[in-house]
Write a protein that binds this ligand. Structure first.
Ligand code: URA
Length: 239
């Protein structure tokens, strides 16, 4: 995939984007032997890019990390409306990482990002049923009837939901908190399930995915998964 040269150079870890722009202006960057111009893009998989004569290299190792996504960020790689992107919370040196699945703009919590295409594909494939647990705050109280509906399946416009698990229900004034564990990942599923039982969601946070838990990872920060976590995740994803 083509990317602006200055972005590619900073992503390789060689230098900052600003410094890379200077190098391009100074005529010190070459693409396939030709002096590059500022504003030019190249595909690092196809082109030979040299800075000061040195060949640009990219780490080939795979990397998977968990981010505690704050609200007010989207999970796309770009946004025509200029909203903030989760990938902008990561330093350029980590290279291009892709969000695994999506959390809504107003949802916070555990989001995986990876450059391991096979893992991302398996984790998001509906047949693998990796569980996801959400901490949900709703306006109103979740009664037995609502709870049973969520646990047995709710008819939404795209079909009946698979049985979910509801736990840790507690009341807080006119609101209610609970944990909801799903084994599927449809668009805005938690919000739609809650709306279907008359409870608008006021806060939504994903706190677990597979065997991974967010624990005390601070909002807006990330950490790489360790080898055991990765092995367990791959197993659960059917890899
Ligand atoms: N369900 C939702 O409604 N929103 C999310 O972001 C994730 C699950």
């Amino acid at each position: 995939m083509k990317e602006r040269l200055q972005k590619l150079i900073s992503r390789s870890g060689l230098m900052s984007r600003r410094r890379a722009e200077e190098k391009i202006r100074q005529g010190l960057v070459r693409v396939d032997g030709r002096v590059a111009q500022l504003g030019e893009s190249a595909d690092p998989a196809q082109a030979e890019i040299r800075v000061d004569g040195d060949l640009l290299r990219f780490a080939t190792a795979t990397l998977t990390l968990m981010l505690n996504k704050p609200t007010g960020y989207i999970c796309s790689m770009d946004d025509p409306n200029g909203r903030r992107l989760v990938i902008d919370l990561l330093p350029a040196e980590l290279g291009r990482l892709y969000p695994v699945g999506r959390l809504d703009y107003n949802t916070e919590g555990l989001l995986l990002l990876t450059n391991d295409g096979a893992l991302a594909q398996h984790l998001t494939h509906p047949s693998h049923h990796v569980s996801k647990t959400y901490l949900v705050k709703v306006r109103g109280l979740l009664n037995d009837q609502g709870r049973k509906k969520m646990e047995s399946g709710i008819k939404l416009e795209d079909g009946v939901t698979a049985p979910a698990r509801v736990s840790a229900v507690r009341r807080s004034g006119q609101n209610c908190w609970f944990e909801l564990t799903l084994r599927e990942g449809r668009n805005r599923q938690v919000r739609r399930m809650c709306e279907a039982v008359g409870l608008p969601v006021v806060r939504l946070k994903r706190i677990a995915l597979g065997g991974l838990r967010l624990e005390d990872l601070k909002s807006g920060t990330y950490r790489a998964l360790d080898d055991d976590e990765l092995a367990d995740l791959k197993k659960k994803a059917g890899l």
